[in-house]
Write a protein that binds this ligand. Structure first.
Ligand code: SF4
Length: 409
């Protein structure tokens, strides 16, 4: 369905910048973010260090890796920070990429409704962002309150109207799982879509993390559903509804109109190269995976001293690890995994044996040299996929695999 989209995605580099500032902490949030007062916060120190880390990491890439495919400013709440700081970041990129390459890349800016104005959106558009992603999360006033979000439903409507005026590529993020009755989510969502026609929707199941206020007070919210059971009830309904409105369900949590699939996220799912820059940001370059420290003081000190921050995780993937990542990231997409990328590591017989161990024959298809999940399986049962990773480990460690022994870690 989207061959033309993903086939050209593997080369080059994508950049993710993490902006960890928020107005207040949402009840379910376990991201690396913290509340600040934007009137007083000294943003320049962090943005200087983002540029420094970006320069250092880009300088380490080989010439043929230096082709910018996408840029993503995420958080946190990037829209809390004055736009001039992002102008500085984009100017830093011009030291590494020709201006026309930056202009041609998919450049996404994440914003929350409470800090969106028509003026800041116009300023972001004028400095080079061509896609906006709005964190709306719910269209139910009581649910927004339970989530601890700052914005109201009216504010979400206004921000979306502004975004559609300024940008021709708008994503809206939603979380499902707070409303016990799926139709409390689906009915307002349908009205919203018909009103604003966003080009892209990201719809995530609620995850309950023990260290968040929601995790600690879960007993107060018995109706809140966990990610394990909710998708199988709601996602088939969502898929039908959004298909009838012209969206394609091209990844477990992503729905796009043709031509508007997220190029940046597709690179994650293709296990392509990207650099994460900033507090707690992670990257994948060739076989190396890293995650920057989430400790603010350490991030500032070590980036200043060394050009890149201390890592909380740094590992060179073995061939098996890389294969597992490629397989399971790819299975998130409707287009599936390019078997050509697995064959050098896994013979067709081994792969089929593995698939039979985990999936029923009706759960997957192999067509045009791509493996993809079908029906219910595509709704991505998270616990089942964690089990699949274990089976994958055992498959390689317990069973002799002729011709693949050199791949053992
Ligand atoms: S706005 Fe996003 S990053 Fe900030 S606290 Fe809420 S969920 Fe977390």
């Amino acid at each position: 369905m989207a061959d033309h989209v993903t086939k050209n995605l593997l080369g080059g580099i994508s950049l993710y910048f993490h902006i960890p500032f928020c107005q207040k902490k949402c009840h379910y949030c376990d991201y690396a973010s913290f509340p600040i007062d934007p009137s007083y916060f000294p943003f320049s120190q962090y943005f200087d260090l983002l540029s420094r880390e970006c320069d250092t990491r880009l300088a380490r890439l080989s010439h043929n890796q230096k082709n910018l495919r996408s840029l993503y400013i995420g958080g946190g709440t990037p829209s809390l920070v004055p736009t001039r700081y992002y102008g500085g970041l984009l100017r830093a990129l011009s030291r590494h990429f020709p201006p026309e390459e930056v202009a041609m890349a998919e450049n996404t800016f994440e914003a929350n409704p409470e800090s969106v104005t028509i003026e800041n959106l116009k300023a972001l558009r004028s400095i080079g962002f061509n896609r906006i992603s709005l964190g709306i999360q719910s269209l139910n006033p009581l649910t927004l309150e339970k989530m601890g979000r700052v914005h109201t439903v009216n504010r979400a409507f206004a921000a979306t109207a502004f975004a559609k005026t300024v940008f021709d590529n708008v994503n809206c993020d939603f979380i499902v799982g707070y409303d016990p009755n799926p139709y409390d989510t689906l009915d307002p969502l349908l009205r919203f879509i018909r009103c604003f026609q966003p080009e892209h929707l990201s719809i995530y199941p609620l995850e309950i993390h023990p260290d968040t206020p929601l995790g600690k007070e879960r007993a107060d919210y018995p109706e809140v559903t966990s990610k394990a059971s909710y998708p199988s009830r709601v996602f088939p309904l969502l898929q039908d509804l959004l298909r009838s409105e012209g969206y394609r369900h091209y990844e477990v949590s992503s729905y796009g109109r043709p031509g508007f699939f997220s190029r940046h996220n597709l690179r994650y799912w293709e296990n392509a190269d990207y650099l994460g820059i900033g507090l707690s940001a992670g990257g994948h370059i060739q076989r190396t995976r890293y995650v920057n420290t989430a400790d603010w003081e350490r991030y500032l000190r070590t980036t200043l001293e060394r050009g890149t921050p201390e890592a909380s995780y740094l590992s060179e993937n073995g061939a098996i690890e890389e294969l597992k990542e490629t397989l399971f990231m790819g299975l998130r997409t409707a287009e599936g995994v390019d078997l050509g990328r697995l064959k050098s590591a896994w013979s067709p017989g081994d792969l089929e044996d593995f698939l039979r161990l985990f999936f029923g024959e009706e759960d997957y298809v192999i067509r045009n040299d791509r493996l993809r999940l079908t029906g219910e399986s595509f709704f991505y049962n998270f616990e089942a996929l964690e089990r699949a990773m274990d089976i994958c480990d055992r498959f390689f460690t317990e069973r002799p695999i002729p011709g693949n022994r050199e791949l053992r870690d």
